[in-house]
Ligand binder design. Structure first.
Ligand code: NI
Length: 191
């Protein structure tokens, strides 16, 4: 077996970024089809390609005995009335869980199962959201100016299945209504 040596990494408590590793960045152009308002998506993109979120893959071994971890930073912003968010995913090994601990900002974790159950939980600094196996998950930043920063950990072998969400979307969205984050049915969700 391979012996892995202990490692030390730094994640900034203010902006979530690491000084010891390069993040994976998702700009708006990589999120085509994920926001419900296509016209607003095109209009926003025509003015530039803003960074929507970034996260870390710390390259731990992909075994069930390892723990993948890192920070996820979702920036403030909206496409039309829909807040900036991560693509969201199921785990490839679908019954693997994940824990997210909020370090900064204000947002929600949107979750759903293949059977159609839907749940969301609020992120505020100091709050931890446990995402059990079988729940797809997406972080949504509802703060007008601050990034949503979370620290996550999940089994090393879990893997990411983005395709299902890219094709079908989530059943529920969080949009701004009368200045407040509001959960609504996704008008474009397809079974
Ligand atoms: Ni995950």
């Amino acid at each position: 077996m391979t012996i892995m040596f202990p490692s030390l990494h730094e994640f900034n408590l203010n902006n979530g970024l690491s000084s010891t590793r390069e993040p994976i960045r998702r700009t708006l152009s990589k999120m085509k089809g994920m926001f419900h308002d296509e016209a607003a998506f095109r209009a926003t993109l025509s003015a530039g390609d803003p960074l929507v979120y970034e996260f870390y893959d710390m390259a731990v071994p992909e075994t069930e005995k390892d723990v993948a971890y890192g920070t996820s930073i979702t920036y403030p912003g909206k496409v039309g009335d829909e807040y900036y968010m991560t693509k969201g995913h199921f785990h490839t090994i679908i019954d693997t869980a994940e824990i997210y601990y909020c370090l900064r900002g204000h947002g929600y974790m949107m979750m759903e199962t293949p059977e159609g159950d839907t749940e969301w939980r609020e992120f505020l600094p100091g709050k931890a959201v446990y995402v059990p196996g079988r729940w797809a998950h997406r972080s949504i930043n509802v703060h007008p100016t601050e990034p949503l920063v979370t620290f996550f950990a999940f089994p090393g072998n879990a893997g990411h299945d983005y395709g299902t969400i890219e094709t079908k979307g989530f059943r529920k969205l969080i949009v701004e209504r009368d200045g407040k984050p509001t959960v609504v049915d996704n008008p474009r969700w397809s079974a």
